[in-house]
Design a protein. Structure first.
Lengths: 300, 300
């Protein structure tokens, strides 16, 4: 079982496979440096799409030999996004990654019915693996980036994506905590009826092999001591692998708060696509971007 | 003035006469320990209302001499709560604290129309966090009382919190209204409310503070994140008070800061005639003590 992001990188290295990553508008140093690191570590080949002179100049400034990459010229952001997605769809690349192109332009291309990468009828969602010094293993969280107010059906898809990812990390029977403010279901919370239905589905075996309980608060999900003090019976028992959040509003400050205040690191990718899709915000560090690339390679 | 740590509250308290704290249904190991410690440190003068024999036994167990303690014998919980609250509404004491009684029962009595502690204001919860990686204390509201506040409730919560911070010595506290994103999004009600609160503040409809929102968590507490996104704001990166969109968001953040970021926290209920200390069993002894300290500092 993989317990840290560095172990995840080792696992990917041990696969002895070079994943081809098409980067749309590879004109920010953070992204190029992160792809370079993956190339050096031997598990990736970088296809950098964009203004070739600009990319070369970024490489020069970062002290990177641009000949380590395949450079593909594209005139502007949108053309780069179209080309990156096209290459990935046609099998010329295994993974697609957003560079300095706007998220909306990039995702529009990924979601395009005719040219894009969506699995038919599937939900686009985001799952990330969070590494926390104060937790004994990785914590998978969903969805901190895409779906504002997931419906029951969307929550089910999110769960399946997270379980799929946890299993790739060697977690045989992931424990899923459905997060709320309290362990007591309440008509005041829109999440309560959905959680009740999900637990019923889980009991009837609708999900892959997993343990599910909710609503649970963060303490009962992640802290065994709190479970003892409160005397609450829960199969998750303070040992959650996956946290499913009721809204983007609750998951977003959760992960940002932990990145800023608890020394967390993360790796995340888009799910619901035929090939892994990496989207990160500009402000993310090189290290986070590198971990995202490694995660995409693990999931490819 | 700005507080850097919870220990700074002691300076505020030591400049005032010692406040009287009434512990309602005081035969409670969890709260009584913290009360006795605060008494020993001359932070408050306790009045213990409840079953005298049990109270004395707990005091002995914790190594305290009951000689100088004021204990009022009332073995019936309901009566003990009523008696406690009447002492406060008749101005014989300054702070109310919950002992061995349910939160809802205590609050119902506190809101009694004839002898309760109503002011006409909404009751709201405020928590003060000390996080190693932030440059000062950060107050968060409302993570425990108001489930899904509407705009009117949010105005009341901000007013409660600002007048509390003003009392602690903050002249113009910086208030960040939290959203999952920093852009106003017509589909996300929290961002609309945030924009309205900011404008009401500019127009002096909400005074004695500087409000900005929506801000995502990282923009609110990190100047680098805010600059990265090009956000111009007096509040970004220097927030004193974070207003939560709803209790699920607030509660998740509160518990993850305590558990994963090892934050210290003190919290009280505002909006009644006196500060109310409501701690839960899963709070640490230190959190209970710091909450008493906070109530003493906030007491008029």
């Amino acid at each position: 079982m993989i317990r840290t992001l560095d172990q995840m990188v080792e696992k990917v290295q041990s696969l002895n496979r070079k994943h081809r990553i098409a980067v749309a508008w590879a004109l920010d140093a953070n992204t190029v440096i992160a792809v370079h690191e993956a190339v050096i570590r031997g598990f990736a080949q970088g296809i950098l799409i964009g203004d070739a002179e600009g990319i070369k100049s970024i490489c020069r400034k970062a002290g990177i030999d641009h000949r380590l990459f395949i450079l593909t010229d594209a005139g502007n952001e949108a053309a780069a996004a179209i080309e990156a997605v096209r290459m990935t769809r046609s099998g010329e690349a295994d993974i697609v990654m957003k560079g300095l192109v706007g998220t909306d332009i990039f995702l529009r291309e990924v979601m395009d019915k005719n040219r894009g990468l969506m699995l038919p009828g599937s939900l686009m969602s985001y799952v990330c693996a969070l590494q926390l010094p104060s937790y004994h293993k990785l914590l998978f969280i969903t969805d901190p980036a895409v779906i504002p107010e997931p419906s029951l059906e969307q929550k089910i898809s999110m769960t399946e994506y997270a379980v799929g990812m946890a299993m790739r990390f060697g977690i045989k029977k992931p424990k899923i905590a459905l997060i709320s403010a309290s362990e007591k279901p309440s008509r005041h919370f829109r999440s309560s009826p959905d959680y009740e239905e999900m637990c019923r589905l889980a009991r009837s075996g609708a999900f892959a092999d997993c343990i599910m309980d909710g609503p649970l608060d963060i303490f009962l999900a992640c802290d065994r001591k709190s479970v003892e003090i409160k005397g609450v019976e829960t199969p998750v028992n303070g040992d959650a692998d996956i946290l499913l959040f009721p809204s983007l509003e609750s998951s977003n400050p959760f992960y940002k708060g932990l990145m800023l205040f608890a020394g967390a690191e993360l790796a995340g990718i888009i799910r619901g696509t035929t090939k892994p899709v990496i989207v990160m915000s500009r402000s993310e560090s090189e290290k986070s971007k590198f971990y995202c690339i490694a995660l995409a390679c693990l999931m490819a | 003035m700005v507080l850097k740590s919870l220990a700074d509250l002691k300076n505020i308290v030591s400049g005032k006469p010692i406040k009287k704290l009434v512990l309602a249904a005081a035969q409670d190991q969890h709260s009584l320990g913290a009360v006795l410690r605060a008494w020993n440190d001359r932070i408050i003068d306790p009045i213990l209302v409840g079953d005298k024999e049990s109270i004395q036994n707990i005091c002995y167990e914790q190594g305290y001499n009951v000689g100088g303690l004021r204990i009022i014998h009332e073995p019936e919980t309901d009566m003990a709560v009523e008696l406690s609250i009447k002492m406060l509404s008749s101005k014989q004491a300054d702070i109310l604290m919950k002992g061995k009684v349910g939160t809802s029962a205590l609050l119902r009595s506190a809101l009694n129309k004839e002898w309760g502690l109503r002011t006409g204001n909404l009751l709201s919860h405020i928590a003060l966090f000390e996080v190693e990686t932030y440059h000062k204390l950060i107050a968060v509201t409302d993570v425990a009382m108001n489930i899904a506040p509407n705009l009117k409730d949010k105005i009341a919560i901000v007013n409660n919190s600002v007048s509390f911070l003003n009392r602690l010595g903050y002249v113009m506290p910086k208030v960040a209204v939290l959203g999952a994103v920093e852009m106003v999004n017509e589909n996300m009600e929290a961002t609309l409310d945030a924009a309205l609160l900011s404008k009401m503040n500019q127009r002096d409809q909400i005074r004695n503070c500087i409000i900005d929102g929506p801000l995502a968590f990282d923009n609110a507490v990190s100047i680098e994140s805010a600059q990265h996104k090009g956000i111009k704001s007096e509040v970004a990166g220097d927030t004193d008070l974070l207003l939560m969109p709803d209790i699920e968001v607030g509660n998740v953040l509160y518990k993850s800061l305590v558990f994963f970021a090892k934050a210290k926290v003190a919290s009280i209920i505002l909006g009644a005639q006196v500060p109310i200390v409501l701690t839960s069993r899963s709070d640490s002894e230190q959190a209970k003590y710091d909450s008493i300290l906070l109530a003493a500092a906030a007491s008029k």
